[in-house]
Design a binder for this molecule. Structure first.
Ligand code: URA
Length: 483
């Protein structure tokens, strides 16, 4: 960069951020300072109500606070993509040194554009940690904000109290707006409040816990919902408390039930699948790591349903990957894909087509069993497109490790999981679809579809299904170079 040194030599600058979460403001000022070649030890970042870094120099004179202006022909600021995505999160942390840290890193990136790639670098690690804590705090906010009904003048207004650790309130406004679009609601927090009336989002200053109402009839709804999703077979108290820290219990009507649920469940069952969240979006590097991560995944509501996440079965390098929709009741109980009625039927067709299941990698687009109770029976429910899309990350991770040459999607959810869009089975079957990694995708019906048919319709669909499998087998042989 041809830095034009517009800054007075040795001058110290103070930047007052208008809001503690104003990343855009920080970015603008940081760019300006970098372009003027102002080193990190000469900038003091001050957020509202703060005095900046503990170790920063004393408040400079007002003249020094006026920031230098870069010349027009100054070169661009170098910003690694990874830095920007982490910095956005880290900037919301409550650590008072975060803006200095980010500026220092940005400064270093100008002379070493690959500095973010050094995992052992203390600045990189600190930025990653800040971002991670902020994401965790947002996750808690999504999970633990509980609205209580307040009757107004014929209006229903819902009010929630939440205590975030970091400056995440504004950043999460969109999430609550989308999720509770048709309600009038207010989220009160000591870091500022959000108010939504169905059309406009407003903000206001910090609130106190006493501003929030306590208790109302919808608490009963939460309580019954919570006890119905609570699965004693999965209870591990430590993990449960880690995921739902006691700190939040006081805001949660269902927390009243927790001691009873724990006590009752412990008497019946020994363990609980570890609850947790996906801490980082780094791709797992082995199938074992995916298996562990999907057990802790709570990115969609299905994860709260079945007994366990069902991992794919097979080994890296398998030439064929078979993708179903989601585990069923049997798969959920046994922890293996395609072992129930649809799996047994599928096995018969595989044998008929000459496809060796044990040489393939068999998995599902969605890793948990989605169901509804009918008496004592758990009835399969199809995953929503959004749920398939959420789980796609795991499927892609499996594919990146297994690296199959041919992928067979059984049904529309599987096809969506692989393609990221909905396709019609009737139109997609019989033709290879190129996937991003050079492998080819073949789409066919789901075997449970055959189970639901009978008579001529079943015969017709069974023939199409058998033909699709035979095509895949032929393709595998071709790729193997068989004569
Ligand atoms: N159906 C699926 O799609 N996958 C299974 O594992 C079982 C039934």
């Amino acid at each position: 960069m041809t830095a034009i040194k517009n800054a007075s030599p040795g001058a110290h600058y103070v930047v007052h951020l208008p809001e503690p979460d104003d990343f855009a403001f920080w970015r603008e000022r940081a760019r300006q300072l970098i372009q003027c070649d102002v080193p990190p030890d000469r900038v003091n970042w001050v957020e509202p109500g703060g005095t900046g870094d503990l170790f920063a120099q004393a408040e400079p004179s007002p003249e020094e606070s006026g920031l230098p202006r870069p010349a027009n022909d100054v070169g661009p600021v170098r910003v690694a993509k990874r830095f920007m995505s982490l910095a956005r999160g880290a900037a919301l942390h409550s650590d008072t040194e975060r803006f200095s840290l980010l500026y220092r890193m940005l400064w270093r990136l100008q002379s070493n554009p690959r500095a973010m790639e050094d995992k052992a670098d203390p600045d990189v690690r600190r930025i990653e940690d800040l971002d991670k804590s902020v994401r965790r705090d947002s996750h808690k906010m999504h999970a633990f904000v509980r609205f209580r009904l307040v009757e107004g003048d014929g209006d229903e207004h819902y009010v929630a109290w939440f205590e975030p650790d970091h400056h995440i309130v504004r950043a999460n406004a969109g999430f609550f707006m989308r999720r509770f679009a048709n309600m009038n609601w207010t989220i009160l927090t000591p870091r500022g409040c959000l108010h939504w009336d169905g059309t406009t989002m407003r903000e206001s200053g910090p609130a106190q816990r006493s501003d929030a109402p306590q208790g109302d009839p919808i608490e009963e709804l939460w309580k019954s919902y919570y006890s119905s999703i609570f699965n004693p077979a999965r209870l591990k108290v430590g993990a449960m408390l880690a995921e739902m820290p006691k700190k939040y219990w006081k805001n949660m009507p269902e927390a009243e039930l927790i001691p009873d649920l724990i006590a009752g469940a412990q008497a019946r069952e020994a363990g609980m699948v570890a609850a947790g969240e996906r801490e980082e979006r780094k791709r797992p590097e082995s199938l074992a790591a995916i298996a562990e991560d999907i057990s802790a995944c709570r990115d969609c509501p299905i994860a709260e349903c079945g007994t366990r996440a069902v991992m794919g079965e097979g080994t890296p390098g398998a030439p064929l990957m078979i993708v179903g929709e989601q585990p069923g009741d049997q798969e959920d109980q046994q922890g293996r894909p395609f072992v129930g009625p649809a799996g047994q039927l599928f096995d018969e067709y595989l044998v008929q087509a000459g496809i060796d299941r044990s040489a393939a990698y068999v998995t599902n687009a969605v890793k948990h069993f989605k169901f509804s109770w009918r008496g004592k029976r758990r009835l399969h429910q199809s995953p929503a497109a959004k749920e398939v899309d959420t789980c796609r990350w795991w499927l892609e991770s499996e594919r990146a490790i297994v690296k199959p040459r041919v992928v067979l999607a059984l049904g529309a959810s599987a096809a969506r999981g692989l393609l990221g869009k909905t396709v019609s089975i009737a139109r997609a079957r019989g033709e290879a679809i190129a996937l991003d990694d050079g492998s080819e995708l073949w789409v066919t019906a789901h075997p449970s579809y055959l189970l639901r048919l009978d008579g001529a319709a079943r015969e017709e669909q069974a023939a199409l299904f058998a033909r699709d499998l035979a095509t895949v087998k032929a393709r595998l042989r071709e790729l193997e170079g068989a004569p």
